[in-house]
Each structure stands twice: as structure tokens, then as C-alpha cells.
Ligand binder design. Structure first.
Ligand code: AMP
Length: 493
């Protein structure tokens, strides 16, 4: 079955197309008065009242401060309210959560209700995203008495079991832990009528598709399914064909980053990255800044260096406990820490609207990762800047990123910065590139501070040979493998 296309276009293309087509158009001025090129001049002022949403949802929308639907909401909500399956390609930070949450809540509010049954399931690849989706559902479902819960690994089963037994109508879950509950007989999907698959590309990357398929086999065939993904790898195509029925295809700028983000390259030698970071932070007017490093060790080191230099900096990576991760995010959201140094675990699902700058201290591994990282800024129609430090080793990946963006990124130099400073005798972060241009894996753990009491032979500190970029491995089948996959999801990078 061919998916039906509902396309909205962005930027100049949008303006041209909308001039002659159906005018789904939006206010072109942000609150700050700055032009937002992805929004085209308003001809018909669309508001949420257009959607005939339940009055309880309309009140929550007002309370959330949403005035106009974003393009993904304008395109997805009507067919979703009509019960159609949805296949959405959405830019990051474009309001896609509300695009599926509002129709989902409307369906549950108006549909038949039996206590203690799960009626909607949202599958997400990571705990962070699960928490965020859950928060959005709670915000938009504020005036409903629908109950939602999150289910993910890395925390105890008991509280989740209690919540499930208490009767939760909306589950927001990571696949591995959800299957654990299914194996224990904790789930009852007989009344389920709505399934959302969020960030399906990421689930594919993390090896979750077999688990997702198994979960889907437990659900009623008669249901509405909404699938969202930033990118559509060929492997997803057959999954989409199996899972969706005659979906409305919503295509908001294929895997393009938000156009509210300005991209900049800062060439720098490896050994001067931290010095340049400090210079940029001191010399730039910023709100919150998210700094991405390639590894957990580098994230720790950079945040320590920033703290020593007087910045309020937090750190977020997969070696931190769930409590530490939540504390770091809460402090960052509240503005208590201005800079958060993170690995790619933060590249998806983190929604902090005050992030004005994303700084790629290390260039990401691939163009998709770049798009996800920079999607943390320029959110909710604000403007943002994406600064990428590049070294001479980064040429290949930079070419991929520019190809994905469809433009060359402008290069910037900081005038007062001394780029000629020689490298110290030992640069702990530097890794010579392999002859084929790839980065070598880190072979051994960085030297640790040795305890004055007990000295350990250096060989015992050797890290296991690093997995390729520390990425979670694809899930194998079986409960142990699933638990490992869920832990990996929770661990991230
Ligand atoms: P999402 O892409 O779903 O992660 O949403 C990104 C951000 O946009 C979140 O902070 C939402 O609260 C916000 N948002 C979603 N819809 C709207 C809207 N219609 N108007 C203003 N902000 C919105």
C-alpha cells in the first residue's frame, strides 16, 4: 500500500509552494521579533481550535502556552484524529510529541474505557526520551484523569509492577524492560487501541527492532499506529510496511536540521580544544550551552576543566547513575549550570528550550548524529547556534555533514586566540588517525589518579578493548540479551 503524502515544506520552498497550494501557513515572527525562515507568512491563522480537540485538552494547550500548531502538528493531528495511521518524518524539536500526544489523549478521552487496562503504548529508544514524552503527556493530559507511567530498565521492577497493577492507561516504555514485564505476565494489551513508535531510526540503530516486533505481536491488530523517525534507513521500510496500514505520510523536511540553527566551524588543533572552548564561552553571549564530547572520559575531563575555569558546568553520560543524570538535567534546565558536557546520550530526546548553543567539542561520528546533536538547540522556534570544532582528522565526516545539510558550513576563527601554541608533551586526548583516516579506538584507560595508600599496577587499569565508539551492540534474542539491550539503552554512550 502506498502511503498517502501530506507534505509541508520549509523555508523559501514552503513560501513558493504555499503561495499556490493549500495555505497551511504560520506567523513569521517569533516572540523576539526575529524572522524564522521555516515559518512562512501567515495567510490563514491556524489555531488549535481548528482541530476540534476535547475541551480538556484545549485548556491544557493554553496552559502550555502553545498558540499555533507547528507544521508537524498542523499536518499530523487531523489525520491522526480521524484514526489514520501516521508515518512522520520530523525535524528534531518541531513539536512532534504533541503531534502524537494530542490525538492519543483525544482517542482515550472519547473512546470506551475499562479500568486497569493499557489503552495506549508509546515506545521510545531511551529513558531520557521516555521521561520527556511522559512529561509532555502529563502536561497535555493535565485536565484528564488518564494515568500514564514510564517503563524502562536501569531501575527496579517493583515500582513499575505496582504501577501496572494499579491500572495505567498510557505506557511510555523502552522495549527491553517492557518485554521483561510481558514475560512476567504484568501487561494486558487486550484493550490497546493506539501504538506510537517514537524515534524509530534510533530503535533500529540500537538493535531494538526484534524486540519491537515481538511487542507488536502482543498487541491487537485493530489499532492506530503512529511512527516517527528523523531518518528512514532502508531497513525501516519493510518494518513500516508490516506495521502501518495506509498511513498518512507527514514529511516535514527530510532529516534536515531546524532552520532556526546557524552552523559554524571552528578549526583548532586537538590540544587547544579546551582553551578554545573557554575562549568561545567567555566571548559569546549564550543562554544554556550543551557541549558534546566523543567519550565519557572526555566529558568528565572537559567539565572538570570548565569548572576549574570558573564555569558552572555539569556532566551527563552513561556511566552516571539515573539519579545523577536526572540531577544534571534538572540543574541544566533550571539554569543552575550554564554548561552541560555530554556524550551522544544527550543528542536525542533532551528538550531544554533555553539551549542557545550546541558546541561539538568533538565532531560526531556521522551526519545523522550531527543533526540530532544540533537539534538540541533552535527548539520551539527559538534560534540557536551550532559550533563544531574541527581538526585536520575530521575532513571526511565534515564532508558528510555538509552533504546532509546541503550547504558548506562557514569557518570562523577567534581573533584573540593563539592557534600557534605548541602541544604539550603529553596530550591525553590525542589519537593519531589510522592510515585509512579512521579514528583508532582507545586502547587503554586514561591514567587514573593513584591512591596514596594502594598502588595498582598499570596493567590492571587497562580498559577492555573499546567497543566501536562505545555504542550498544545489537540485541540478540532472549531475556538476558533484552535486559542487556535495555541496559545499553539506559547507558547510551
Ligand atoms: P518536541 O519536538 O516534541 O520535543 O517539542 C519541542 C519543544 O516545542 C517542546 O518544548 C514543546 O513544549 C514545544 N512545543 C511543542 N508544540 C508547540 C507549539 N505548538 N507552540 C510552541 N511550542 C511548542
Amino acid at each position: 500500500m502506498r502511503p498517502r503524502m501530506i507534505s509541508l515544506y520549509s523555508g523559501a520552498r514552503a513560501a513558493r509552494r504555499c503561495a499556490c497550494r493549500r495555505a497551511i501557513t504560520f506567523d513569521c515572527q517569533s516572540g523576539s521579533g526575529r524572522a524564522r525562515p521555516w515559518l512562512v507568512p501567515m495567510k490563514v491563522r491556524m489555531t488549535f481550535t481548528t482541530f476540534s480537540l476535547h475541551e480538556r485538552l484545549r485548556r491544557a494547550i493554553v496552559a502550555a502556552g502553545y498558540q499555533h500548531p507547528t507544521p508537524i502538528q498542523a499536518a499530523a493531528i487531523p489525520p491522526a484524529l480521524a484514526g489514520r495511521d501516521i508515518l512522520g518524518t520530523a525535524q528534531t524539536g518541531t513539536g512532534k510529541t504533541a503531534a502524537f500526544a494530542l490525538p492519543l489523549l483525544q482517542r482515550l478521552l472519547t473512546g470506551p474505557r475499562e479500568a486497569r487496562h493499557t489503552r495506549a503504548l508509546v515506545l521510545t529508544p531511551t529513558r531520557e526520551l521516555a521521561i520527556q514524552v511522559h512529561d509532555a503527556i502529563n502536561q497535555l493530559g493535565l485536565h484528564t484523569n488518564l494515568r500514564a507511567a514510564t517503563i524502562f530498565g536501569g531501575v527496579g521492577m517493583a515500582a513499575q509492577e505496582r504501577a501496572l497493577r494499579g491500572g495505567v492507561e498510557i505506557l511510555v516504555a523502552c522495549p527491553g524492560r517492557l518485554l521483561d514485564h510481558a514475560d512476567r505476565g504484568n501487561l494486558d494489551f487486550r484493550q490497546l487501541s493506539c501504538l506510537v513508535l517514537d524515534e524509530a531510526d534510533r530503535m533500529l540503530d540500537m538493535g531494538f527492532l526484534p524486540a519491537v516486533r515481538r511487542i507488536i505481536s502482543l498487541l491487537p491488530r485493530e489499532r492506530q499506529t503512529m511512527l516517527f523517525s528523523a531518518t528512514f534507513a532502508p531497513e525501516l521500510h519493510s518494518f513500516v510496511r508490516e506495521t502501518l496500514r495506509d498511513p498518512a505520510r507527514i514529511d516535514i523536511g527530510l532529516a534536515a536540521p531546524a532552520e532556526t540553527v546557524a552552523h559554524m566551524l571552528y578549526p583548532v588543533p586537538h590540544h587547544l580544544k579546551t582553551a578554545l572552548l573557554l575562549e568561545v564561552l567567555r566571548g559569546t553571549a549564550t543562554d544554556s550551552v550543551l557541549v558534546f564530547t566523543r567519550t565519557k572520559h572526555r566529558a568528565n575531563r572537559v567539565s572538570e576543566q570548565l569548572t576549574r575555569a570558573g564555569f558552572q558546568a555539569g556532566v551527563l553520560h552513561a556511566n552516571k547513575s539515573q539519579n545523577q543524570r536526572e540531577a544534571a538535567l534538572t540543574a541544566f534546565r533550571a539554569g543552575a549550570t550554564r554548561v552541560l558536557v555530554a556524550t551522544d546520550i544527550a543528542a536525542r530526546g533532551i528538550d531544554v528550550t533555553t539551549i542557545s548553543h550546541v558546541i561539538n567539542y568533538d565532531i560526531p561520528d556521522c551526519a545523522d548524529a550531527y543533526i540530532h546533536r544540533i537539534g538540541r538547540t533552535g527548539r520551539a522556534e527559538r534560534s540557536g547556534e551550532a559550533i563544531t570544532f574541527v581538526t585536520t582528522d575530521d575532513r571526511d565526516i565534515l564532508r558528510d555533514i555538509e552533504r546532509a545539510l546541503g550547504e558548506k558550513i562557514a569557518t570562523h576563527y577567534v581573533e584573540a586566540f593563539d592557534y600557534t601554541k605548541p602541544a604539550p608533551a603529553h596530550d591525553e586526548f590525542h589519537r593519531d588517525p589510522l592510515p585509512d583516516g579512521r579514528r583508532p579506538a582507545r586502547q587503554s584507560a586514561p591514567p587514573r589518579r593513584q591512591s596514596p595508600v594502594r598502588q595498582v599496577a598499570p596493567a590492571q587499569h587497562s580498559a577492555p578493548v573499546a567497543r566501536q565508539n562505545d555504542r550498544p551492540r545489537p540485541a540478540r534474542s532472549g531475556p538476558r540479551a533484552r535486559r542487556a539491550a535495555d541496559r545499553s539503552a539506559a547507558r547510551g554512550y
